[in-house]
Design a protein around this ligand. Sequence first.
Ligand code: SF4
Length: 357
Amino acid sequence: MIKSQATKIQQPLLRWFHTNARDLPWRRNRTPYAVWVSEIMLQQTQVTTVIDYYNRFMKRFPTVEKLARARQDTVLKLWEGLGYYSRGRNLHKAAKTIVRDYGGQLPDTVDELQKIPGIGRYTAGAIASIAFNRPAPILDGNVIRVLCRVFRIKGNPKDAATKNQLWELAERLVHTKRPGDFNEAMMELGATVCTPSAPACVDCPLRKSCAAFEHNEQQSLPLKQKKASLPHYTIAVGVVFKSDKILIDKRKQNALLGGLWEFPGGKKKKDESFKEATAREVKEETDIEVEVGKRLCIIKHTYSHFKVTLHAFQCGYLSGKAKTLACDAVKWVSLNQLSRYAFPTSNKRIIEVLKIQ
Ligand code: SF4
């Protein structure tokens, strides 16, 4: 790309951003820590969802030191409902690394940033450019869409060759004096104007440079992926009562939804009834024997990578001392105490049912 081509994109885009940038909480406070937290929360998540989570998180953990000192349970409780929980776990782990190895300061280069847990090339570029004014490129879903359309790129953005082509373009385009503004402007354009299904080309500052617009190919670019159907699991869950206490256990760190609390349960086998599956799963997970009673509810939920249908049963404690056979921790808690722990969304809905019983 010749320099004048880059300028034709940079200047109108920066002018547009100056007057159209949304007023977002992380734009009022561009410390490296604030940029980092917001960028992690924004991965795969809508801005409107993130705002409240970000405000609560920054109020509770205003500094990287405070985050590093927190218990993982506290961090995950604040993350509850935001999804992709490995982001929360990695953010917490990374805060400890930053305090221990970097004197509490985030490093200012893409290479060094990528050594920190949970920071990949995209997030490193965002922090380096927005917080440290380094001319580092970024490439998220919004930027990919804008680049594929402006430069009429027809390859699949998931393929390595196309991905490399896009990174190279992003690198050549980034404004050397205002890299943070430029990168944010690209993301903002993708989020608010060059949207997936109905791009507002008449309002777009890049219309004159956009090859997709010229060829009326906005709708067909970027190449759309066929979505693989999500696996579906049928899960039997035991809500085990021992007088007024309820049994909960913590999912293993390296499992899906790792570090969150849940009611014991697991996949039902083909040849067993729901009640048999519930008793077996409670026993395998916590070594507790139970009598399975009435069905409390059936909950359907779709996570990012799978769907579940939970069949939750009320169970009475029979015998045994709760052990961590297939979990990281076990606890007996009262109904009111359940709100202190972070649960996956599907289990939160079981708690709602318990509260109205
Ligand atoms: S002209 Fe349309 S397709 Fe091209 S970048 Fe702007 S909004 Fe996207």
